[in-house]
Design a protein around this ligand. Structure first.
Ligand code: BGC
Length: 866
């Protein structure tokens, strides 16, 4: 599934990367027509089903062949002491890892004692499809047994979005040629603790040294508390050894057949089985329904959770599978009514867009009071942790399509505020400091340089919150929870930064010792992204407090007491924001990523072999930190999020500078590069970046989709469509559009909520068309022209799709005047000339300048030893 032969750090040409003989194009389904064991880990992720609370990887019903079994409950984790080889005060102490909870997916089939195993079976027809419209996984196949009997086998699997504690599975078997004795063995199995029945390693966890994987445990995690049959239902209950979290899983089976059958049910501490034996006659359809309830808690005894499971199952059984499937499909239909994005004329793009949106929906739709893990519930990558991914990549989608889910995600952060206050105190700061990665609210990042140092998480949360409040008008949330977050995060910034007296007595506010989003440059001074976002955070706190004091004085008074707020603090935040140092280099006309950034050598990515990708798996961090090289968009992301602070020229200069040194080793990068490339007029490049993001998982572009879906990237796909090509922005609560429709696309249509209204927007080459589908008229602007839209379509003609650049950004060498901070060792910016510190060494200034970097030897050759 490789895309093309461009240098690896450049986005490939926008071509459909999928093998369409195996994965045919279908706008509403992701379909597999040929079974293949060579990439099981990938397809298990791609065919996952989840509702945001309970997630089932796309493991086959038979329980083997399997790469990584996975059943996850959002937030259900085990803790472990992080042992640092060298201790220091304040390092993260409590590791947290999502648990592989008892697996209820397995339904094995034997025909005349021959087990179905897809890798060896003689399969006549095969189709597996994720039905994105109905929110369900289906598999249909015809198997010819070794005795020549053909068997039709159809199965379905869903995790209900109506009843989030419920999974529903069905299996139908029909003998097409002759009678046979069938055995169906359906069960629930604790795969977390040790190997499964076939001695297959229970998970790929812990394989290799990839920091993006989850940790494996040495101790038994799930301590047995219950194993019993309740009215023939299989019940397993556990308590996590360290975290004390509890879980109960209850499995109900029923069979429908006209043929004679018997059953046997067994249960032990780690496994329950319901085995049916059926004397099947040709043409009779045998159907097994499997309903699974899962309840978890931070400490409620498993016996009580078992009662909850019983109630869930009783309700489900009395509704019946048809109704459960129907209601579930109805909710998915509503999801699409609110959030579908359509691209005409490119069905493969349409399918991929829907797959991304579907995964986004699956990760969030019923996450309720939990966060959104970086991989949703499709794999154990990143240990099931919540990162800034939620606020910068996922909440935007939710704000404009499913505001209630956005509110839940933000309320979840509010619920963590006390932990964040404690963490700030531990880090010698006032206010609150949110953990960089966490499940339970405590910092879990053992590598502080690329973890705790990412203080920008505070500002990201404040940013998402303000966007949500302005787009929805949800003042109640702002008054009850939002203001607390804004005040405590603002306090942290005001305390973290410091005043620097510049020449002439002028003072500026600086933030040192932090890491921005780009994890290839850590613990730096005045990271541009951090400073810009902190400024926004401080301003938002000032503005909100003042506004609420005027509009809701009584409630605000309560908040003032609750927060111990002093008016002098507010004035202080205002000063910090106003005088925030925003790095800018006059010589190069760009914003340096941080105050030391331009002093570093440039890494020559053109000379770095593809097999050294991603850099983080091939070079010691210190090697990477010495260079101008980016893992992911940093300045460029700030240009998008706070785009109203910068001119188009500034954005172009910055984009052109950073693009050639951005590896895109993080999947969070391509989608952002796409948005800003589109804005500054690099239309083709924007489309290439968009494709790169669109197929991050479907084409396994980062080689680790086996560990789960890159949920931030799926959210970024939405932002790239709506913000990038659609040109939608809403700075300071003003909705505006400056579109950039790709030349090869006839149209782009999306829906979005604004205040309480739902707007449909259709972008064509010549016009942008708005209509309010639900609610009150909406006022917006298109390239500065104000428009009010109601239930009748409003068509705004467009004179083109914005500026168009002829040349794509190139890594070039340039000379120039050394800055006041001293000479640079080598510069590489658009323009082409010589690096300052070398210029005096060169007799002929026109001779080629070697670009330094671990990938390049002195003459630009590859030098793997760095
Ligand atoms: C990125 C982070 C991100 C994390 C989880 C890392 O590769 O650099 O920005 O938060 O993945 O998705």
């Amino acid at each position: 599934m490789h895309l093309d032969a461009s240098p690896w750090h450049r986005p490939p040409q926008p071509v459909d990367p999928l093998d369409r003989t195996r994965f045919p194009v279908d706008p509403w389904r992701f379909v597999e027509r040929a079974y293949d064991v060579s990439d099981l880990g990938l397809t298990e992720t791609l065919f996952s089903v989840s509702n945001g609370y309970l997630g089932l990887r796309g493991n086959v019903e038979e329980g083997r062949d399997t790469h990584t079994h996975g059943t996850f409950v959002n937030g259900f984790h085990e803790t472990w002491p992080i042992r640092h080889a060298e201790e220091a005060y304040g390092l993260a102490r409590v590791g947290q890892t999502i648990v592989n909870v008892p697996d209820p997916k397995t339904i094995k089939l034997y025909v005349d004692d021959e087990p179905l195993l897809l890798s060896t079976a003689d399969i006549e027809t095969y189709e597996r499809a994720l039905d994105m419209r109905q929110g369900m996984l289906r598999r249909d196949l015809v198997w010819r047994t070794s005795s020549g009997k053909r068997v039709r086998i159809s199965s379905t699997r869903l995790t209900s979005v109506v009843e989030r504690h419920l999974a529903v599975m069905t299996l139908e078997v029909e003998m097409l040629d002759g009678d046979a004795s069938l055995v169906i063995s359906s069960g629930v199995l604790n795969r977390q603790d040790g190997s499964d029945e076939y001695q297959v390693s229970s998970a790929a966890m812990g394989e290799g040294a990839d920091p993006r994987r989850a940790e494996s445990f040495e101790h038994r995690v799930l301590q047995p508390r219950l194993h019993e049959l309740r009215d023939d239902r299989l019940l397993l209950g556990y308590r996590c050894a360290n975290s004390g979290m509890t879980i109960a899983t209850l499995v109900h089976h029923q069979i429908e057949t006209e043929d004679p059958w018997t059953e046997r049910i067994t249960i032990d501490e780690d496994q329950g089985k319901h085995v049916y034996e059926v004397a099947a006659t040709r043409g009779n359809v045998l159907r097994v329904e499997k309903l699974v309830a899962v309840h978890t808690s931070r400490g409620v005894p498993p016996s009580e959770l078992a009662d909850r499971c019983e109630r869930t199952l009783d309700r489900a059984v009395s509704a019946g599978v048809d109704q459960l499937q129907q209601e579930h499909a109805d909710l998915w239909r509503r999801f699409w009514t609110e959030s579908d994005v359509e691209v005409e004329g490119h069905p493969e793009v349409q399918q991929a867009i829907r797959w991304n949106l579907f995964q986004l929906g699956q990760a969030t739709i019923r996450a309720g009071s939990h966060g959104i893990p970086a991989k949703g519930l499709t794999g154990s990558g990143y240990g099931g942790h919540y990162f800034w991914d939620t606020e910068c990549y996922v909440v935007p989608f939710l704000t404009y399509t499913h505001p209630q889910a956005a509110r839940n995600a933000l309320r979840f952060r509010h619920g963590m505020l006390d932990d964040a206050r404690r963490r700030a105190a531990e880090m010698s700061q006032f206010g609150a400091l949110y953990p960089w990665r966490t499940i339970n609210g405590q910092e879990a990042s053992a590598y502080f340089q690329a973890g705790t140092a990412q203080y920008h998480i505070n500002a990201d949360i404040a940013y998402a919150l303000m966007k949500y409040v302005r787009a929805t008008g949800d003042r109640q949330f702002l008054l009850n929870q939002g203001v607390d977050i804004l005040v405590e995060t603002a306090r942290m910034w005001a305390d973290l930064g410091f005043w620097h007296v510049n020449g002439g007595g002028d003072r500026s506010f600086h933030i040192h010792g932090v890491t921005g989003p780009d994890e290839y440059n850590t613990v730096v001074n005045d990271n541009f992204f951090t400073n810009v976002m902190a400024q926004h955070n401080l301003q938002a706190a000032v503005q909100t407090v003042r506004e609420l004091q005027e509009t809701d004085p009584v409630q605000m008074q309560r908040a003032t007491v609750r927060l111990g707020l002093d008016p002098r603090e507010i004035a202080d935040w205002e000063r910090c924001a106003a005088r925030m140092h925003i790095p800018y280099d006059e010589d190069l006309g760009i914003h340096p990523q941080d105050s030391q950034f331009l002093d570093r050598e440039v890494w020559d990515l053109n000379a770095t072999p593809a097999d050294r990708r991603p850099l983080l798996l091939h070079y010691h961090p210190l090697v990477i930190y010495r260079y101008q090289v980016l893992k992911q968009a940093d300045v460029v992301l700030a240009l998008y999020l706070c785009g109203d602070h910068f001119t188009l020229e500034e954005k172009l200069a910055d984009f052109d500078y950073y693009d050639p040194i951005t590896t895109g080793d993080s999947s969070l990068s391509a989608v952002v590069q796409a948005i800003v490339a589109a804005e500054v007029g690099h239309h083709e490049l924007a489309l290439r970046y968009f494709y790169a993001g669109l197929f991050v998982d479907l084409a396994d572009r980062h080689g680790n989709t086996v560990d789960g879906v890159h949920i931030a990237s799926t959210g970024g796909v939405w932002s790239a469509l709506v913000g990038g090509f659609g040109g939608m922005r809403d700075h300071d609560g003003r909705l505006s559009f400056d579109p950039r429709l790709p030349e090869s696309w006839p149209s782009l249509t999306w829906r979005m909520r604004w205040q309480l209204s739902r707007l449909r927007v259709r972008l064509e080459a010549e016009a942008i068309i708005f209509v309010v589908e639900v609610g009150e008229p909406v006022t917006l602007s298109v390239r500065g022209q104000q428009v009010t839209v109601g239930a009748d379509e409003v068509r705004v003609p467009l004179a083109g799709q914005g500026p168009r650049r002829i040349h794509e950004p190139q890594l070039q060498l340039i000379g120039g005047t050394p800055t006041s901070e001293g000479p640079r060792t080598s510069d590489a910016v658009p323009g082409g000339a010589v690096p300052h510190s070398w210029s005096h060494e060169l007799d002929d200034p026109t001779s080629p300048i070697p670009v330094r970097g671990p990938g390049a030897g002195p003459a630009g050759q590859v030098d793997p030893v760095t």
